[in-house]
Design a binder for this molecule. Sequence first.
Ligand SMILES: [Zn+2]
Ligand SMILES: [Zn+2]
Length: 273
Amino acid sequence: MDILQSILVVAVIFVPLELLLPQRPAQRIFRRHWFNDLIYLFGNGFVVRIGVLLAFAFPLGDVETAMPGSARGFVQSQPIWLQVVAALMVAEIGFYAAHRLFHAVPYLWRFHAIHHSIEDLDWLAAHRVHPIDQVFSSLATVVPLLVVGFSPEAMAIYGLLYLLQSHLVHANVRLDFGPLRWVFASPRFHHWHHANQPEAHGHNFSAQLVFMDQIFGTLRIPDAMPDRYGTDEAIPQVYPLQLAWPFLRQQPAPFLRQQPARPPQPLTGSTPS
Ligand SMILES: [Zn+2]
Ligand SMILES: [Zn+2]
């Protein structure tokens, strides 16, 4: 499946879901900065693929031979479902570590802040990620999987689950998974990671399974939904400036900066569009 087909499949799933079960009914499908995030959707894949290829061409070229063949054979002889569960856990460790680093190190935060600049969460918002953030997060996730050496089938299922869940957790949908929210990352879980409220900071770093947040005490899933999303950083809302922003010492001109955060939107209200 090429990138355009993947996008169509994802849009066909998530646009109706957001219309059927909106968390914020007043938020429109074509919300603010929708087109900007569409550029990420088409532009980032190419940039990130080049970055990952370069990383594998030089320092990571032999990563797949890091494990002895016998160990890889043992892994690949396991049932597919077990390999997929193990792959989810191995990938989560790498992602959680990278994600916490992007929040903890001020220079790295400048790249990750682009993802947190979204004020209207929806499925498309999943794509607003700076390429540097995307390349390093992808490597932190995929390299451990390659080292362990899961079978191609298990990797394909893992990739499909990641694709669906990464869109779902950003989607404007009213889902919290019930008791399973303490196992799987849900929209409510990740929406709280994006909340621009002091009590939300430093929580919910996981991507798919929340066990790393459980272990390190960073899990927080209140019953209520956040009042607002975004960051206080003055981030421009134009794609090329967002790519340049982490490297800029000077702030962009005021008219290019993010608009001030809006007051909280009602959770019920007008018909979605
Ligand atoms: Zn984050
Ligand atoms: Zn996110």
